[in-house]
Design a protein around this ligand. Structure first.
Ligand SMILES: Cc1cc2nc3c(=O)[nH]c(=O)nc-3n(C[C@H](O)[C@H](O)[C@H](O)COP(=O)(O)OP(=O)(O)OC[C@H]3O[C@@H](n4cnc5c(N)ncnc54)[C@H](O)[C@@H]3O)c2cc1C
Length: 325
């Protein structure tokens, strides 16, 4: 392998973002990954900035705020795939308490009654980045490679000793793969299925996590719309459940009547991915031997894109405190 100052394992959003921030410290960085975009879980996320199924709350708030600010800046650049959208997050009961992340977003307010579809008592309205991962992951990859970064694809790491044989500073961004790689029994898959449909011109993001249509979401992107979804814990199969697709369309029609007209003929693609759910995101530094550092950055649940820049910034800060390039 070429001389490298940091070896990042994984080429999803966590690995690429972390690798870029380590490069910005002046390090030569290499990525080893089993799969690279467009074949990562990160490519299956729509994705909207939203702290879904990621813990602990205090660190998620900090990481999410950093990422929100970075995505807001990226939304001004056309090649990134990032846009800013207005979001309606539906709540089943009236007078819902403000969510714990309300102060992290711009323009937070409660929905007016005329904005609520039938069956909902309240809603949170706010502005949030929507990250079209079909464009954004390629953007990250080109940024990394343009700065001299090397990506080795189809490189499956079975034991961390393989990585330490190549570099003394290893960052583990293997998502659900960390379950096998470091035998982390706290990691669990949560299976999600989505349908990508032709753009209808609809522009608002609508989410229902807890209400009568849950789980359902409509995420308009630049060139298409993602309709979701499912979150089935401990389900490992990434095979498409063909009965689930019409059910997703039905639930999305419950969020906005415009989607009642969508049929299976409008579907461009159906995708399934496994969210890397953990009781807490694992972001910590260990020293397995003198002069060797292992930094973990995985277990982001349903919010890996939402937290990406915040987690990567903390990794870079911690690395900066222990070693200089
Ligand atoms: C349907 C669905 C919708 C979602 N929607 C959103 C959303 O709207 N917003 C949001 O923020 N998040 C969303 N998520 C969650 C988000 O996709 C994940 O949290 C995120 O992709 C995790 O990124 P990652 O880089 O950690 O992992 P991954 O993208 O899974 O990348 C892991 C990398 O590690 C590699 N790897 C694994 N094991 C090994 C090994 N042993 N050796 C070498 N390489 C290895 C893989 O090949 C891959 O390159 C959604 C997820 C799903 C499934």
């Amino acid at each position: 392998m070429e001389a490298t100052d940091a070896l990042v394992l994984g080429c999803g959003v966590s690995g690429l973002t972390t690798a870029i921030l380590l490069q910005r410290q002046g390090r030569r960085v290499t990525i080893w990954a089993r799969d690279v975009p467009p074949h990562t879980t990160s490519n299956i996320a729509a994705a909207v900035w939203y702290p879904y199924r990621a813990f602990p709350v205090d660190r998620v708030l900090k990481w999410g705020a950093v990422a929100y600010d970075t995505f807001r800046e990226l939304a001004g650049k056309p090649d990134t795939g990032v846009i800013l959208a207005n979001v309606l997050d539906l709540q089943p009961e009236p007078d819902a308490a403000d969510p714990w992340w309300a102060e992290s977003v711009d323009g937070f307010r409660h929905a007016r009654p005329d904005e609520l579809p039938r069956g909902y008592g309240d809603g949170f309205v706010f502005d949030a980045p929507v990250i079209d991962t079909s464009i954004y992951l390629d953007y990250l990859r080109s940024q990394f490679e343009a700065a001299g970064g090397v990506i080795v694809a189809a490189r499956v790491v079975r034991d961390l000793s393989e990585a330490f044989a190549a570099c003394n500073l290893v960052v583990n961004c293997t998502g659900l793969g960390a379950r096998e790689l470091v035998h982390d029994a706290k990691l669990r898959p949560s299976r999600g299925q989505v349908a990508r449909i032709r753009h209808t011109g609809f522009r608002r993001v609508i989410l229902d996590d807890y209400g009568p249509n849950s789980l359902a979401y409509i995420v308009p992107r630049i060139n298409d719309i993602i309709l979701g979804g499912t979150a089935i814990d401990d389900e490992e199969s990434t095979a498409i459940d063909s009965a689930e697709t019409p059910a997703i369309l039905r639930r999305c029609a419950g969020l906005s009547p415009e989607f009642a007209a969508v049929t299976e003929d409008d579907i461009l693609e159906v995708k399934v991915g496994l969210r890397p759910v953990r009781d807490e995101v694992r972001l910590e530094v260990e020293t397995p031997a003198s002069g060797r550092w292992l930094i973990s950055n995985y277990g982001h649940g349903g919010a890996g894109i939402t937290l990406s820049w915040g987690c990567a910034a903390e990794v870079a800060e911690r690395v900066g405190a222990i070693t200089t390039p």
